[in-house]
Design a protein around this ligand. Structure first.
Ligand SMILES: [Zn+2]
Length: 317
């Protein structure tokens, strides 16, 4: 079977072809859309919809970084089966083994596929590793509920190597210059952002999303805005979000501004003594109300409200 792959260089999209491959993917799980970003880097784009029986918990972007001898895979999918499914598409890109799996955060859709890469070293932030150990079985239960059946072989597998908060660790892995950046509270308490300076590519997990509403539920809204400001100083031109299409720096700025506007509106309402329902009526939600997962807006408002309340306790009287 010949598969089409889009090769993106600057704004010009050129169609290239991948070699035929005999390895069968799981027919129950949707096929990824494969985008080549550079000689070494490919994005496997998953469906945008939340986990459900028709996507079998496959709903993320996974990024394939082809090193000299093996692959570094960023995020592994929402189950053992989704991980195996992704592995078949990695093999269509390169015969090299997956030697490293990076987990961007502890939400099950991004890492419950780790067990499919048994020989790989798993990398995350220290906080993510702790949260996988503490919440992994809840995420597995949620995933089984969302897809409507048990997920055999799926076990929460925590990282072998973990980086502390606020650290930026630069190294060369298998010929690839790579920076692991743990920005501190953003989408979650333990996000890990991968920067590839030579490729001018940032792989952000759900610190960035495109075409879906960002979820604040486990997030830290004010420091998330600061993380996006810092991300924009890394010199990247392409940003791989956890969900949705690859973003430009202008699109990252747009997301940053949307989160900042939302928080500012909620904080102003809080200061004026408004209820969450009254605040909601004052916010311009047009950027998010038509996107996938717009149902999270109410929960986002609640999280922002609690932060505004906490900030008022911190403020000088
Ligand atoms: Zn996610």
């Amino acid at each position: 079977m010949i598969r089409n792959v889009t090769f993106l260089r600057s704004s010009a999209a050129v169609l290239v072809l991948l070699a035929p491959c005999a390895i069968a993917a799981d027919p129950r799980i949707p096929e990824p859309r494969i985008l080549q970003l550079s000689e070494r880097v490919y994005v496997l784009h998953g469906p945008l919809q939340h986990a459900n029986p028709s996507n079998q918990g496959y709903m993320i972007n996974a990024t394939v970084i082809v090193g000299d001898k093996g692959v570094i895979l960023v995020d592994s999918g929402g189950s053992h089966a989704v991980g195996l499914h992704l592995a078949t598409y990695v093999r269509r890109i390169t015969p090299k083994p997956v030697n490293y799996v990076v987990n961007t955060h502890h939400h099950g859709d991004h890492y419950l596929g780790n067990t499919a890469f048994a020989g790989a070293t798993v990398i995350s932030s220290e906080t993510c590793r702790k949260l996988v150990a503490e919440t992994g079985h809840e995420w597995l239960d949620l995933m089984e509920r969302d897809v409507g059946h048990k997920l055999p072989g799926t076990k929460p597998r925590a990282a072998d190597i973990a980086y502390p908060a606020k650290a930026r660790t630069e190294m060369r892995i298998d010929g690839v210059r790579i920076v692991f950046w743990v920005p501190g509270g953003s989408h979650t308490a333990g996000d890990l952002v991968v920067s590839l300076p030579d490729e001018k590519i940032v792989i952000a997990g759900d610190v960035l999303v495109n075409g879906v509403v960002p979820t604040f539920q486990d997030g830290f809204v004010r420091s998330w805005i600061g993380t996006l400001d810092e991300m924009l100083t890394l010199g990247a031109t392409r940003f791989v979000p956890g969900h949705g299409d690859v973003m430009t720096s202008e699109e990252v700025t747009g997301l940053r501004d949307a989160i900042a506007r939302f928080y500012a509106g909620v904080a102003e309402g809080y200061r004026n003594g408004k209820t969450e329902a009254e605040i909601r009526a004052t916010l311009d939600l047009s950027a998010w109300s038509k996107l996938e997962r717009s149902y999270v807006i109410g929960r986002n408002l609640n999280r922002a409200y609690l932060e505004a309340e906490a900030a008022s306790f911190d403020a000088p009287k």
